[in-house]
Design a protein around this ligand. Structure first.
Ligand code: SF4
Length: 330
């Protein structure tokens, strides 16, 4: 930091260590647990989370709310979650309206074009049932184009994967709304609480950083979180919710991070749309089962971490491999 006379006033180095965390030089390498609060229903694994839910007849969202209430009132928690949703909606809306080109690559923004097309077709009942997918794609693309332009989005759990949760929540509200038990606001709150529980498991036991484990840690984790949130709101048992989260990651294992030009555009923007649909599919598949499944969420999280460790560095946010080096620039 420099003063008006261009004299150096302050010099500090900060490190972005992934998953949205920023540490200064003094904090790097130190335990971040020293100020950790004791939560009434803390958990370190999906197995423990489910057991505590069972013991207390909680849904996953209820357990998360109880933990949050140990730090602030439930009204404050609800207000901040609704504020998060309002910000997500703003980014969907501005992405749907924004025209022009993405920075640096000059690629055309697609969300507004798709939005205008879909608006014209907007009729119920839909002639093509897969039109629902076009809307989900649109919402994810809109948010990620906003992210690519450096506009305001919600990190969920990372900026590169920011479109998945908003697209799935919007799907839940627009297409499932009337069939769901919870009122609009409660749905969104409970969705975010459940998704948050799943995100915590990845953050604690693996990583949510593309630089550490590849895109499976960003888009894969967001997919798993969104699948769990949706499964709970659609009436899933805690076992079905855990199954949805597990399916959401199982089919993202090994997903590499190879952004073209080091920009969060290709493959990131489209990848969010694909993962939003995958999350919806994972929730539906889990709800069509009885919650019993072979691969546990804990095993898939462990596998994700190990796969990430085995992944070559060129596939971990370095833009030295994959699509990043195979695009022919004319
Ligand atoms: S490809 Fe890399 S930069 Fe793009 S969303 Fe995935 S992890 Fe993030």
């Amino acid at each position: 930091m420099y003063g008006l006379d261009e004299k150096l006033l302050l010099k500090k180095t900060y490190y972005s260590v992934g998953g949205g965390a920023v540490l200064d030089e003094d904090e790097v390498g130190k335990s971040r647990d020293k100020n950790k609060r004791v939560l009434p229903f803390d958990f370190s694994s999906a197995k423990e989370l489910l057991q505590k839910c069972k013991d207390n007849s909680f849904k996953i969202s209820t357990l998360m709310m109880e933990n949050e209430k140990s730090m602030r009132s439930s009204d404050e928690v609800k207000k901040s979650l609704l504020n998060i949703w309002a910000t997500m909606q703003e980014s969907i809306l501005s992405g749907c309206k924004s025209t022009g080109k993405l920075p640096i690559t000059g690629m055309r923004k697609r969300a507004s074009e798709i939005y205008n097309k879909l608006k014209k077709r907007d009729s119920f009942p839909m002639v093509d049932p897969l039109e629902v997918m076009d809307w989900v794609d649109l919402w994810a693309l809109a948010v990620n184009e906003e992210n690519a332009c450096g506009n305001r989005i919600v990190t969920a759990p990372t900026n590169g994967a920011a479109g998945i949760l908003p697209a799935v929540i919007q799907y839940m509200n627009k297409f499932l709304g009337s069939s769901l038990k919870d009122f609009h606001e409660d749905r969104v709150i409970n969705f975010l609480l459940t998704a948050g529980a799943i995100g915590l498991l990845y953050q604690r036991n693996a990583s949510i950083s593309g630089a550490a484990v590849g895109c499976q840690g960003e888009v894969g984790v967001a997919c798993s979180m969104a699948a769990a949130g949706l499964a709970e709101i659609m009436g899933g048992t805690i076992e079905q919710v855990e199954n949805a989260a597990e399916i959401g990651m199982e089919h993202n294992l090994g997903l590499t991070c190879d952004p073209v030009g080091g920009l969060v555009q290709i493959p990131c923007i489209e990848r969010n749309a694909m993962a939003a649909m995958k999350a919806i599919n994972a929730a539906r598949m889990a709800l069509n089962g009885d919650g019993k499944h072979f691969v546990s969420l804990d095993s898939v999280i462990k596998t994700m971490l190990e796969t990430g460790k085995d992944m070559m560095n060129k596939y971990k946010e370095t833009s030295l491999g994959g699509l990043a080096v195979n695009i022919v620039e004319c």
